[in-house]
Design a protein around this ligand. Structure first.
Ligand code: 9MR
Length: 400
C-alpha cells in the first residue's frame, strides 16, 4: 500500500477546507521551533528538545497534514495512584509531551465530573492549563467530551431534574465549556460512546447499566442538539462522534454509519467520526480498519484515531517478550497506516505515551505495556514503528 497521502492539489483543497484554525494546524505540523513563539516557551522548547532527542521526535517525523497526539495524563485512574498529578508535576513528562506531540487530548480534565463538579461551579483550571501548554508548544487540542454516559457528576445523575431542566443544563454546559475554548480546540468529541456494544441501538437505559442519561431522558434528538449547540459556541471546531469497538466494519460501526447519514441529511453540523482504538494483542488486528475509515470518509466526514493503545497479557515477570513487542509494534504501525491511507484522517492520537501513567494495568489486571515508551521513557519497538511509518509517509508525500 503506498504510504502517501494526497496529491498536492487535493492537499491544498483539503487544507483550505479545514476551517478549523488552519493557522494552529500549520504551526502544530511545523513543530516546536517554527515561527516565533514567546521567548519563555521558545527557551523551554529548545531545552526540552535538546534533552529528548531534538528533531528526532514523532511530531517532527509526521507529514505536515497529520497531527500526532497523546492523552494528557491527569484525573480518572491517576487519582488513586501513588504519584502526584502527572501533567502538573512531572517535568520530564511535560518536556517529552511537548517535544513528541503536535496534538493533546485531556484524558479526564474536560469530562463533566472534573470541569463541572457542582451545578453552580466550573473548575476550568486543569483544562485551561492544558490549552495554555498546547499554545506555548504549538500543539492543537482535542476536546473530550460533552455528551457521555460515564464520568458524570453525582449532582447530575442523582439530581431530581425535569426533562426541561436537564435539557437546559446540557445546553448551558456545552455553551460554557465549548465557548470558553472557542478558536483553541481543533476537534471536539461531542458525543462519546453513544451506541450499545452490540450495535443494537443507542445507549438507552438506567445509568447504573451504562445508559446515557441524556439520550434516555431526552430522546435521540438530543444528539443533534448537542452538535448544534457546540457549533454555535465554536463554529471553527470540528465536531466528532467517538467510540471504541468500531475499528472494524461491524454492527456497532454500522450503527454509526447509519446515524451519521441521518444527521447529515438533517443538516446537523457533524464533521467527523473517530475510532478510539483500544487494542489488545490477544485479539487479531482489525484488518479492515482502513476500509472502515474510508466508508465514513466517503460520506464526506473527517476521520481520526483518538485513543490508540495496544495492551498485551504479560508474562509472569511482567516484561514483554521480544515477540510480543514486535507484535505490538506491528499493530501500532498498521493502525497508523490505516489512518494515513485515508484522505481526511488528519489526527492520530495515542492514549498516553508512557507505561508510567497508562490506564491499562488499572483496568485490565493481567494486561499492560500498552504504550510506546516504558515507564522510564525508553522507546519501544512500537515507538520506532510509528516514527518510521511517519517518515515514510512524509517522504512519500514529497517532503510534506
Ligand atoms: O484514561 C481514562 C482513565 O483515566 C479514566 O479512569 C477512565 C474512566 O472511565 O477513562 C479513561 O479514558 C477513557 C476515555 O475517556 C473514553 N474511552 C475509553 C478510555 C479508556 O477507558
Amino acid at each position: 500500500m503506498p504510504l502517501h497521502r494526497k496529491s498536492p492539489t487535493t492537499t491544498a483543497r483539503h487544507l483550505v477546507g479545514l476551517a478549523v484554525a488552519p493557522a494552529l494546524l500549520a504551526l502544530a505540523a511545523a513543530g516546536p521551533s517554527a515561527a516565533a513563539p514567546p521567548p519563555t516557551a521558545e527557551k523551554a522548547q529548545a531545552q526540552a528538545a535538546q534533552r529528548h532527542g531534538g528533531a528526532d521526535t514523532l511530531r517532527r517525523s509526521a507529514p505536515r497534514d497529520l497531527v500526532v497526539g497523546t492523552a494528557v495524563a491527569g484525573g480518572g485512574h491517576h487519582e488513586e495512584q501513588d504519584y502526584a498529578d502527572p501533567f502538573a508535576y512531572d517535568v520530564e513528562y511535560r518536556d517529552r509531551m511537548a517535544a513528541e506531540f503536535s496534538s493533546l487530548s485531556p484524558e479526564n480534565q474536560a469530562k463533566w465530573e472534573y470541569i463541572h463538579p457542582r451545578q453552580d461551579f466550573y473548575n476550568f483550571y486543569p483544562m485551561d492549563a492544558i490549552v495554555r501548554f498546547a499554545q506555548e508548544n504549538r500543539q492543537v487540542v482535542r476536546g473530550h467530551t460533552l455528551l457521555w454516559h460515564s464520568q458524570n457528576p453525582e449532582w447530575l445523575e442523582e439530581g431530581d431534574f425535569t426533562d426541561e431542566e436537564l435539557r437546559a443544563i446540557l445546553k448551558e454546559h456545552i455553551q460554557t465549556v465549548v465557548g470558553r475554548y472557542a478558536g483553541r480546540i481543533q476537534q471536539w468529541d461531542v458525543a462519546n460512546e453513544i451506541v450499545k456494544d452490540d450495535g443494537s441501538g443507542l445507549r438507552v437505559g438506567p445509568t447504573s447499566e451504562g445508559g446515557n442519561i441524556w439520550i434516555t431522558r431526552l430522546g435521540p434528538g438530543i444528539i443533534a442538539d448537542a452538535f448544534r449547540w457546540a457549533h454555535e459556541a465554536d463554529p471553527q471546531a470540528k465536531l466528532f462522534l467517538n467510540d471504541y469497538g468500531v475499528e472494524s466494519v461491524n454492527a456497532k460501526s454500522t450503527a454509526y454509519y447509519e446515524l451519521v447519514k441521518d444527521l447529515k441529511a438533517e443538516g446537523v453540523p457533524v464533521d467527523g467520526f473517530a475510532i478510539q482504538g483500544h487494542l489488545s494483542t490477544q485479539y487479531g488486528f482489525p484488518a479492515d480498519l482502513q476500509a472502515n475509515l474510508q466508508r465514513f470518509d466517503a460520506l464526506g466526514l473527517e476521520t481520526a484515531i483518538t485513543e490508540l493503545d495496544v495492551r498485551m497479557v504479560l508474562p509472569e515477570d511482567g516484561i514483554p517478550t521480544s515477540a510480543q513487542q514486535a507484535q505490538q509494534a506491528d499493530y501500532y504501525r498498521r493502525a497508523l497506516q490505516a489512518c494515513l491511507g485515508v484522505e481526511d484522517c488528519d489526527s492520530f492520537t495515542i492514549w498516553g505515551f508512557t507505561d508510567k501513567y497508562s490506564w491499562v494495568p488499572v483496568f485490565f489486571t493481567e494486561e499492560g505495556s500498552a504504550t510506546v515508551m516504558t515507564a522510564d521513557y525508553e522507546r519501544k519497538p512500537a515507538y520506532h514503528a510509528l516514527q518510521s511509518t511517519l517518515l515514510d509517509a512524509r517522504r512519500g508525500a514529497g517532503g510534506r
